[in-house]
Design a protein around this ligand. Structure first.
Ligand SMILES: [Zn+2]
Length: 256
């Protein structure tokens, strides 16, 4: 099993990955809080040729489901640009949050917007890398918080080869989904899990809050987290507080 971490410090991810002794890492290709187009990286070739598997996390304000043109249009563009930058790094995917609508908006249109994201790209030969849609923790109008929502989302995007799934354990827990047997239930809907974000949660079950904790420090039994990693049979990325990542890695290596 390939195990690794999200590297927040992205000036020299290869050095950090070597230091941690991981197999796979996740990084941003642009400021995650902004809309800036990714700049070419001088270490792109080195990352591509390295022994590490790489996955890219897209910036946070992206919301391709939004019914608001002024948010959806830049979101589509950012996904395309960041997928291209991810391909430059030889990444196996671009993680994009499921997104959400506002009060009173029709969820059906949000799912349709997800479909359009892929549909519009077909003429351009698809995205540079698969788009891994991540489940999220909070909100009443989220596109990928509950299994019911994921089921509807997959009815919209499931026939696109480039639509993949990223399962975040903190988000599932805080979103109100029992982690025991969850991998099987998700795969029953999506047919695939391309990536696991293995995080504990600082908050209670179904809290709707998105605060990650190190594996031994949260409300989720760490043994349950290890079971999710085993069952998913996909690369595992820790998005936990940096100081505790070495301990998280050794816990996981022992547990697996
Ligand atoms: Zn995540």
């Amino acid at each position: 099993m390939r195990i690794g971490a999200h590297l927040r410090e992205d000036t020299d991810p290869l050095a950090t990955a070597n230091e941690l002794g991981i197999d796979v890492f996740q990084m941003f290709v642009t400021d995650p809080q902004g809309w800036k187009k990714p700049a070419p990286r001088p270490d792109a070739e080195a990352i591509r040729d390295s022994q590490f598997d790489v996955v890219v996390h897209s910036s946070y304000q992206i919301n391709v489901a939004s019914l608001n043109n002024r948010l959806r249009m830049p979101s589509r563009k950012a996904v395309e640009q960041q997928a291209t930058a991810a391909a430059e790094l030889g990444a196996f995917g671009l993680v994009v949050h499921g997104g959400h609508l506002r009060d009173g908006e029709d969820a059906k249109e949000g799912f349709a917007n997800w479909r359009k994201l892929f549909d519009r790209q077909v003429d351009k030969g698809g995205f540079g890398v698969p788009i891994l849609i991540e489940n999220t923790a909070g909100g009443d109008h989220a596109m990928a918080r509950t299994l019911e929502a994921i089921d509807r989302l997959w009815e919209s995007v499931g026939d696109f080869e480039q639509a993949g799934f990223c399962l975040d354990t903190c988000h599932a827990w805080a979103g109100g989904e029992d982690l025991v047997g969850l991998v099987e239930r998700v795969k029953g809907i999506t047919g695939r899990i391309d990536l696991v974000h293995l995080n504990n949660s600082r908050d209670e079950f179904d809290s709707g809050r998105d605060r990650h904790a190190n594996l031994a420090d949260g409300h989720i039994d760490p043994a349950v987290l290890a079971e999710v990693a085993k069952a998913a049979d996909a690369p595992v990325i820790l998005e936990t507080p940096a100081d505790g990542i070495p301990a998280d890695l050794s816990y996981l290596r022992d547990a697996l």
